[in-house]
Structures are given as C-alpha cells and as structure tokens.
Design a protein around this ligand. Structure first.
Ligand SMILES: Cc1cc2nc3c(=O)[nH]c(=O)nc-3n(C[C@H](O)[C@H](O)[C@H](O)COP(=O)(O)OP(=O)(O)OC[C@H]3O[C@@H](n4cnc5c(N)ncnc54)[C@H](O)[C@@H]3O)c2cc1C
Length: 332
C-alpha cells in the first residue's frame, strides 16, 4: 500500500501512534517509517528496474540545438518539479543547492534519486545522493561541475526559482538496514561521495545504533572539504542532534594534492595504519566495525578488496553485512 496515495487525514493517526523520546522529531520519524514501508514493498528487481529504466530513457545526448517546445513525455509527467531555493559554490568544481520538497517525496538516509533539468523539452537526469535529512522540509544536493558534462555544465548555473526535475523513486545501498549491528561505524568518502553521508550524519538513528561514528573524507584540495566540514559542524551544533552526536561523531579529513595536516589517500591511510594512529583507536575489525563507502570507482574497488581480505562481508537489502558500497559516479 503506497501511503502517499492515501488521503492525508488517514496518515495522521498513524503518525501520532509512534512513540519517540524527542517530541520535535515525532512527525519526521514517522515520515521515515512510512518511507521504509513503501520501499520494503518493492523487491530489488523492481527497484533496479525503476532506476535503470529511467536512467536509460532519460539520458539524451548533450543538446546544443535551440530548445524546441514539446509536450512533456509520459515519463516527464511523472517527475516532481521542485524550485531551487539557494545555491552555494565552494570551488570551481563543487557546489551545493537546496530545492523545495514535495511533501509526498520520501526517502531513506543514504539513498539517491535521479534528478536534473529539462533540456529541449526532455528531462536530462543523473543519479544524485540526497544530502538533506529525511525530516527536512527541503532537499539538498552536493554536486560536481564537469565542464563538458551534459547535466552539470548546465546545473552549475542554476538560480533561485529555477526548476529541478526529480524522479520520486529513490534507491541505493548505503542504508543502515543493510548493515549488521556493530560498535563503530566508518563512513569513507571521496569528493561528492560525501553526499549520502551528509544525510546519514543528520539521522539520529546512527548515533543510537553505534558507539562511535567516524567520517573519513578525502579530497584533492583543502578548499574542497568545505561542504563536509560545514555539515559536520552543523550536526555537532544542532540543538537536538548535537546532544546525540557530540561524543560519538569524529571527522577526519585528508588531502592528496597540497599540504594539509592529514595527507594521503584513504586506502593508504588504512593500509599503513596512519588513520587509526591519528585517531588513537584500534584498526578495523570485522567483529565490531561496520563500514559504508562512497567515492570514485578506483577507491571503492580497492576498499572492497581490502575489507574482503579482512573478513568483512558485503551487505545488501536481502542480507545485511559488515560493509556497503556505492560509487559516487560511473566512469564512462
Ligand atoms: C549512485 C550515484 C550517485 C551519484 N551521486 C552524485 C552526487 O551526489 N553528486 C554528484 O555531483 N554526482 C553524483 N553522481 C554522478 C552523477 O550522476 C553525474 O555523473 C554527474 O552529475 C555529472 O553529470 P554530467 O551529465 O555533467 O556528466 P556525466 O556524463 O555524467 O559524467 C562525465 C564524467 O565526469 C566524471 N564525473 C561524473 N560525476 C562525477 C563526480 N560526482 N565526481 C567526480 N567526477 C565525476 C566522470 O569521469 C564521468 O565519466 C552519482 C552517480 C551515481 C552512479
């Protein structure tokens, strides 16, 4: 049963049956519960079909011709149309933006959705991790700027009020539910791979589920760390989350292409033990540690192999494991 097809007054009684310690989050927690129910009713094949079908059909070539007015396609009509609220540029390669959020759009922390722009009357969509919290009233995204990229060469120029298309069926593997219970959670990211972790760091559940949460973030230049650093500070200073996260959330940022107090690739920092020495904690152990990975394809492949060699089992929506992986982008 899809809850967004129910009249709003049928959802409300369910909402207030949920018991939760922090009253301000009662409504938002129940929204998440609704989202979990909806996703649970689709199996993996259905989710993949939803995603792949959209990705294939909605990827027109880089259009250079003048826009031609066309009637919206059936697929386009099913997309949500959100308005850009604000944009923040960090470097010549990275920016973030917020949009309005249609109330019926539900997602779980760590998921991605197909989002984009209408170009020449057709949707031009790409996979984007959702950075905002499941309870926020807006949607937030953290984006690369690829100079010749079909989408981001345009997306980087958006202004408040512009329209962003969003497929209302998010998916993804970086979910708390895909991990077995553990004591420490390591979130390993490079570049825009931090995006799904922004949403997870804003989710009170991860601080309930783990004794310690380590965000380990690698970029080429120190200026590229700004978005992740800002999110982490916001979480620590948040009036409700801050209390939960204060003693548990640890941020370790490393830079590869210029001097910085932590330097080197995440894979090397794990392999040579530097990461753990700097943090003053023991190295990875499959018994107690759980890991989520999102970054460039080489990094994700190497980390998958390194964890496999340490007896970590990869988790999925069918069998929870010790680690889960999502590529931050696909190599073409
Ligand atoms: C599951 C998933 C989640 C994603 N989440 C995000 C996200 O939250 N933010 C985001 O900016 N991108 C994300 N991407 C990548 C995104 O889908 C697009 O590839 C990106 O927006 C560029 O689109 P484009 O059309 O301009 O260029 P594309 O034709 O899609 O890409 C051109 C080339 O640019 C490089 N590239 C693409 N994306 C990135 C990136 N993020 N970082 C570094 N190099 C890249 C690759 O070499 C790629 O071959 C995600 C991809 C996947 C598969």
């Amino acid at each position: 049963m899809f809850l967004d097809k129910l009249p709003a007054d049928e959802i409300v009684p369910f909402t207030f049956k949920v018991q939760y310690r922090r009253p301000v989050m009662v409504r938002t927690l129940s929204l998440r519960t609704c989202a979990v129910k909806v996703m649970d009713e689709m199996d993996d094949t259905e989710r993949a079909a939803e995603f792949t079908g959209d990705a294939l059909e909605m990827e027109p070539a880089f259009a250079t011709a003048a826009p031609v007015k066309q009637a919206p396609s059936k697929k386009s009509a099913s997309l949500l149309r959100e308005q850009v609220l604000e944009i923040h540029h960090y470097t010549d390669k990275l920016f973030s933006f917020r949009t309005t959020r249609t109330q019926s759009f539900r997602f779980q922390s760590g998921q991605f959705a197909m989002i984009g722009l209408e170009v020449a009357g057709r949707p031009l969509l790409r996979a984007y991790s959702i950075c905002s919290a499941y309870y926020d009233e807006w949607l937030e995204f953290f984006s690369i700027k690829v100079p010749e990229g079909p989408l981001t060469s345009r997306l980087q120029h958006i202004k408040p009020g512009d329209e962003i298309l969003i497929n209302p069926k998010p998916t993804g593997t970086l979910l708390l539910g895909n991990l077995r219970p553990g004591k420490r959670l390591f979130l390993l990211a490079t570049g825009t791979g931090f995006a799904p972790f922004a949403s997870l760091l804003r989710d009170p559940d991860i601080y309930e589920a783990f004794d310690a949460v380590y965000i380990v973030y690698g970029c080429r230049l120190a200026a590229e760390l700004e978005y992740a650093t800002g999110v982490t500070i916001d979480v620590r200073e948040h009036e409700l989350l801050g209390e939960l996260a204060a003693d548990k959330l640890h941020y370790y940022a490393s830079v590869t292409r210029e001097p910085y107090h932590h330097q080197g690739r995440i894979t090397d920092l794990i392999e040579n033990g530097r990461l753990f020495a700097d943090l003053g904690v023991p190295g990875l152990d499959a018994q107690n540690d759980r890991v989520m990975i999102c970054g460039n394809p080489d990094m994700t492949a190497q980390l998958r192999a390194m964890l496999g060699a340490r007896d970590f089992l990869e988790g999925s929506s069918t069998v929870p494991g010790d680690f889960v992986v999502e590529k931050a982008f696909a190599d073409r």
